[in-house]
Design a protein around this ligand. Sequence first.
Ligand SMILES: NC(=O)c1ccc[n+]([C@@H]2O[C@H](COP(=O)([O-])OP(=O)(O)OC[C@H]3O[C@@H](n4cnc5c(N)ncnc54)[C@H](OP(=O)(O)O)[C@@H]3O)[C@@H](O)[C@H]2O)c1
Length: 312
Amino acid sequence: MTSDGKFVLVIGRDGQVARSLEEILSASGYHVVQIGRPEADLRNPALVSKAILASRPDFIVNAAAYTAVDQAEDEPETAFAINAAGAQAAAEAASNVSAPIIHFSTDYVFDGAKRAPYVETDTVSPLGVYGHSKLIGESLVAEANPKHIILRTAWVFSPFGSNFVKTMLRLNRERPEINVVDDQQGSPTYAPDLAATVCRIIDRLHTFPPNPEHFGTFHATNGGKTSWYGFARAIVDGAAQRGAPHAIVHPIPTSDYPTKARRPAYSVLSNEKLSYVYDIKLRPWSDALSEALDRLFSVPHGEKTATSATRL
Ligand SMILES: NC(=O)c1ccc[n+]([C@@H]2O[C@H](COP(=O)([O-])OP(=O)(O)OC[C@H]3O[C@@H](n4cnc5c(N)ncnc54)[C@H](OP(=O)(O)O)[C@@H]3O)[C@@H](O)[C@H]2O)c1
């Protein structure tokens, strides 16, 4: 615990959310330290605990995870080690230094049978290994540290790392026509908006004593919903407005694009609890996409600018 209470330890270095957190928390006056592989590999819980106990942060954000949804079907042990046991170790160590932990989970904890936005208390029933490993991680984090905030998010994109927006921009450059699945609906979510959400939550916890309602599971996605096809159309249209080629995007059913892992047909998340408890409402995904495209078209490959965050 530091005297000003503004030391945030982020687990994860080069992931989309980790990099966004580094930018936003540092700019908001927090002292940010990032840890990650190899010295804090989530597959080795003892290393993660050691790093947390040694640094004694005021807040811990776990932005690291095994996120390869299809690959997880072939590597369940690794997915569970990182997303369940690794997350548990981080939450336990956070509890040992009396720090709240902010952890991320996924819309893929749901099976997609619903046709109205999922609320936090809806029945979970993941269709694949990734969703299952994240769900077990949620329970273990919650059990290990009463001061937990689990943010379930979805369809994350950013100027950083690998994501659907960057894949579509590449395909748009390489091909005249692109086929994209149109029968899965969700809410694309901009990693910097998610990081800003985390920052506001930490601001709140830092400024006033929290109530029990400030902890628990919350849904946090950008507003609005679309299909992967609708998202791809918006990306290609936005790229063309910025001088790129304009591929034709065709809608296809999931059955024409088989993947190892099954995905929910509908995974829109209601953000009402986040709005009610924290007064946070993320902007529509289309506005966030516009900002992401501006960044991607102005800075080669979305490379990051200077930052004051410490990298261990
Ligand atoms: N991406 C999505 O569409 C999506 C959707 C729903 C929920 N989420 C959740 O949102 C959170 C952030 O996702 P993201 O999109 O930022 O993920 P990402 O871009 O794939 O980054 C994953 C991060 O995890 C780190 N990591 C992976 N294995 C690790 C290990 N064994 N030990 C330590 N660190 C490890 C990576 O480390 P390196 O920096 O070393 O590569 C990277 O920083 C995750 O909890 C994810 O499950 C993501």
